[in-house]
Design a protein. Structure first.
Length: 70
């Protein structure tokens, strides 16, 4: 399953900055747009993995996972 997210990117004083709209805290800054997009992908994956692990840890045991689709 592939998920799609929206990145807001812009150039500011020689740097490319960007953030993922749907996930607070996923933002990066790089010298090129290509580097920025790769950093955003890496940071997004790390944030999603962290959030998933924290949710599973909080649930402890005897839980079920359910897919929710918008």
């Amino acid at each position: 399953m592939q998920n799609t997210y929206s990145a807001v990117v812009k150039q500011d004083e020689g740097w490319w900055i960007g953030w993922i709209q749907e996930i607070p805290g996923v933002n990066c800054q790089e010298r090129t747009k290509e580097e920025l997009l790769e950093s955003l992908r890496i940071t997004l994956k790390e944030a999603l993995d962290f959030n998933r692990n924290e949710a599973l840890k909080a649930a402890e045991k005897d839980f079920s996972e359910v897919t929710v689709t918008l």
